[in-house]
Design a protein around this ligand. Structure first.
Ligand code: SF4
Length: 742
């Protein structure tokens, strides 16, 4: 029987109020989210201190970097058996503050919050100095003491409890704040930090963590909640007390298994009871009674007693870890938090755009390719712009020898699903595509005018017009409007050029009002040159660029994955021209074909945004149409995926408006600063950003809509790709691979 899975945060929420657990789970089901977003129960004081995330990120950095920090002169000199505790506390405070705290994020908080945060740091480092001095005083070698204090890798707990009435399993995962061997008590100790005044639920929560830690590692730990603000206070549970709570914990877990399955429409199942004490601080209070009846209605399972919760039960082992876990339904599986724990972004996050950022060699393109593969598996067509030759490799399956059995099965499903098409503008290395004729049918009204205005601006830019450029754009817009009046039709560049020379014949009276005759003539000549001059190969031969065709599956069950390979084009001007035209065509298609927000129908993937969406006032031809696509796409179910290795070189608005941000290794503090700014529209920037400098290849941390609160700041490793990823393919290699794939 498969276990029902919960995070430790869900267990804590259920302990506070079972109905919150239920409402979170019901909402996740309705949103088709991979995991529920856990409702936070606010406490008085939350908003005044509000620095918990900052503190926890700094504490994580301290643990991660402890070897380097203790090798520094000031701290290294204090690692002696007769160390002065006050001096040690001061040195720890300095190292912690200067090396681990995101000081810029701290500076953004108000004065009271900053003072509170410094109190927390002092309390924390004083406690740390106390434990450390005690351990050093026992005469143990400093390196051993430091490793036992800071390098414990047993912080993740991942345990199955067979607690249902017939032994039905419940699986719980979570990450402990801190676990270490405390020489003062001679025991392993699980410690939870709180930056708020004490509450009874905190002890219960850390008791659950300690119980889980024992089940997984056999440690029999004591447990403690260390309150760091407003004053330092330690609330403890002995191992006997932890063990004595197991019947309560087992009954809670068994009930949770049933509560999340309750059907509120029929009333079938175990109805969760409410907790009136919490209601005034609960976000569900306006719908709670309407949906589930009076708060005192509901039932708990109580089949466990102290006697029946036999210690044998505590010897349950965690399940064998699956190194390639199956992704949760409805999610994009991007990697693994730990072996057996998938990192999954809900499909519902895709339409509000995805940004992937990471320095060269960070695995940014790798992860973005995983997003595209997942989109295809979820039935979303992909249109990818490949400036280098990395994305054309979707054509080749990954080497099965490098995949595990579950991944081989997934790779095979990808091959059966993806209809990979390689488009090569202006050349025959793949399927040749041409920008001529122009497709201009987009219905009527504001959207249609928008498309004509975008196309007009694009044509004037392509023609490298001089003189009164804005007037020429307005004139071409009027002309296109006149030419497309009546039934939908396509226009060749030649027809537009002819109409420019004789606007009256196209139905446009008094053309001199807009643009002088000489300028119209020059523009017409320049448009003609596009068809017959040096750039002609972009406008002649091959299939006309048609998104309708690119987004349509060849047969039911297949999903188009079209890659536009730019590397065979002669220069940047041609690449810019083509990407601009492509963005205009996507825009035309999405308006003409309708579509709606919600489930995406196309993922538009731009692998390196720097050249097309540069920062500041630079306006290469593709920038405006791409910005328009970003602004309007979500309304029509067109999701965008953008990547960059240079966060300071790309347009701020595009990246800040991507609601899913996946951050790999960053090069410098300046890059961190820029990425921090991208988070501003969604709220305070995450405290973990500073830790991204120097991160390992393939390691990412992200934020996305519907993310469970307990995974914020938790890193993951990209999953293996289902398709090839090697050095960039040159045009001849593309031609060979395309021929071989036929
Ligand atoms: S309103 Fe009260 S009973 Fe209902 S979910 Fe919230 S805390 Fe629980």
């Amino acid at each position: 029987m498969p276990p029902v899975r919960f995070s430790a945060s869900q267990v804590c929420v259920a302990a506070a109020c079972p109905r919150i657990l239920y409402f979170d789970a019901a909402r996740a089901r309705a949103d088709n989210a991979a995991r529920p977003a856990v409702t936070r129960i606010w406490r008085p004081g939350d908003d005044t201190v509000a620095a918990g995330a900052l503190f926890h990120a700094a504490a994580d950095a301290f643990h991660r970097e402890h070897r380097r920090l203790f090798a520094a002169k000031e701290l290294a000199a204090l690692l002696t058996s007769n160390v002065n505790r006050d001096a040690l506390a001061t040195a720890l405070l300095n190292a912690f503050y200067w090396e681990c705290v995101d000081r810029e994020a701290l500076a953004a908080k108000d004065g009271e919050q900053q003072r509170a945060f410094m109190d927390v740091l002092r309390n924390y480092t004083t406690e740390l100095a106390d434990v450390l001095a005690h351990a050093l005083g026992s005469g143990r070698p400093p390196a051993e003491v430091l490793d036992e204090l800071f390098a414990d890798t047993r912080r993740r707990v991942d345990v199955t409890f067979p607690v249902g009435p017939a032994g039905e399993p419940v699986h719980v995962t979570g990450v402990l704040d801190y676990v270490f061997h405390d020489w003062r008590s001679g025991r392993d100790r699980v410690l939870d930090y709180k930056l708020l005044p004490p509450a009874a639920a905190d002890k219960f929560q850390v008791g659950i963590y300690a119980l889980m830690h024992h089940v997984q590692h056999g440690t029999q730990p004591s447990a403690g909640v260390l309150y760091l603000h407003p004053r330092r206070e330690l609330h403890e549970l002995s191992w006997d007390e932890v063990r004595g709570s197991r019947a309560t914990v087992f009954n809670l877990l068994a009930s949770m298994r049933e509560w999340v399955k309750f059907d509120e429409s029929t009333g079938r199942g175990l109805k969760p009871p409410g907790s009136p004490d919490v209601c005034s601080r609960c976000r569900w209070r306006h719908e709670c009674s309407r949906r589930l009846g009076p708060v005192n209605e509901g039932t708990r399972l109580t089949h466990w007693t102290d006697a029946s919760a036999d210690p044998v039960r505590l010897e349950v082992r965690p399940p064998v870890e699956d190194p390639a876990p199956a992704p949760l339904p409805g999610g994009l599986w991007l990697g693994q938090v730990n072996p057996g724990i998938p990192a999954t972004v809900p499909l519902t996050a895709l339409p509000t755009h995805v940004a992937v950022v990471g320095a060269a060699g960070s695995g940014k393109t790798w992860l973005a390719k995983a997003v595209a593969e997942e989109a295809v598996l979820a039935g979303v067509a992909v249109l990818a712009i490949d400036p280098q030759g990395d994305l054309v490799q979707f054509l080749r399956p990954a080497d099965p020898a490098k995949l595990q059995p579950a991944e081989i099965e997934r790779a095979s499903r990808f091959r059966q699903t993806a209809d990979v098409r390689i488009l090569t503008p202006g050349t025959d290395h793949g399927t040749r595509v041409s920008l001529n004729p122009l497709k201009l049918s987009a219905g009527s009204g504001e959207d249609a005018d928008d498309l004509l205005a975008t196309t007009a601006a694009h044509l004037v830019t392509l023609a490298k017009a001089t003189g009164e450029v804005e007037s020429q754009k307005t004139f071409v817009f009027q002309l296109l409007r006149a030419l497309t009046r009546g039934p939908a039709r396509e226009l060749t560049l030649g027809e537009v050029a002819t109409a420019l020379r004789d606007p009256t014949a196209a139905g446009l009276d008094d053309p001199d009002r807009f643009v002088k005759k000489a300028e119209r003539e020059r523009l017409a000549r320049q448009l003609n040159n596009l068809e017959h001059g040096p750039a002609a190969r972009l406008f002649t031969g091959g299939q006309p660029l048609d998104l309708g065709r690119l987004a349509t599956p060849p047969v039911e069950g297949r999903v188009p994955l079209s890659v536009v390979y730019l590397n065979a084009l002669a220069d940047d001007a041609e690449k810019q021209g083509f990407v601009a035209a492509l963005a205009v065509e996507v825009y035309r298609w999405m308006i003409a074909s309708g579509g709606s927000a919600g489930r995406p129908r196309l993922l538009f993937y731009l692998d390196e945004a720097r050249d097309y969406l540069p920062a500041g006032t630079a306006q290469p031809p593709a920038k405006k149409p791409l910005l328009r696509l970003f602004a309007q796409g979500r309304k029509y179910g067109v999701a965008c995926l953008v990547c960059t290795q240079s966060p300071r070189s790309v347009d701020y608005n595009v990246f800040s408006n991507c609601s899913t941000k996946l951050i790999g290794r960053l090069e410098s503090a300046q890059d961190v600063d820029r990425v921090r700014e991208w988070f501003a529209p969604q709220g305070p920037p995450p405290g973990w950003l500073g830790g991204r400098v120097g991160a390992a290849p393939g390691s990412f941390v992200g934020r996305w809509p519907g993310q469970p609160s307990d995974t914020d700041g938790v890193g993951f490793q990209s999953r293996k790709l289902l398709t090839a990823h090697e050095g960039a393919w040159a045009p001849d290699r593309v031609a060979t691979e395309v021929a071989a794939a036929k």
